[in-house]
Design a protein around this ligand. Structure first.
Ligand SMILES: [Zn+2]
Length: 106
């Protein structure tokens, strides 16, 4: 039988793309009061509280109108570990990566 742990899949457990043989990232939850109020917590998978905050901003920007990257920062985001209920607060700075496109002219 063919070994398929190196297959790149959309994981049915965490809903993210990773190799089938890899473990899912840890589940955190986040809240951005400025955008969504402070009642709902939204799931996010990441390796740490900090990464969860960064990833939440990245996904939020990609889904929306790039408010955070446009402004360069987000003042307040809360990240919670649902297993321990520990909550940490972050501010996030964002920076667009300059990209150059060359086009031959004649
Ligand atoms: Zn997964």
């Amino acid at each position: 039988m063919k070994e398929d742990k190196w297959k790149f899949i959309k994981c049915p457990v965490c809903n993210e793309y990773h190799f089938k043989g890899d473990k899912c990232k840890k589940r955190y939850q986040f809240q951005i009061p400025e955008f969504y109020g402070d009642e709902e917590w939204y799931d996010i998978r990441a390796d740490s509280f900090e990464k969860a905050a960064e990833r939440a901003c990245e996904l939020d920007d990609a889904r929306g109108d790039f408010t955070i990257i446009g402004r360069g920062s987000l003042d307040e985001i809360f990240v919670r570990d649902p297993e321990t209920d520990e909550v940490k607060k972050f501010c996030v700075e964002a920076e667009g990566v300059p990209t150059y496109y060359a086009k031959e002219i004649k």
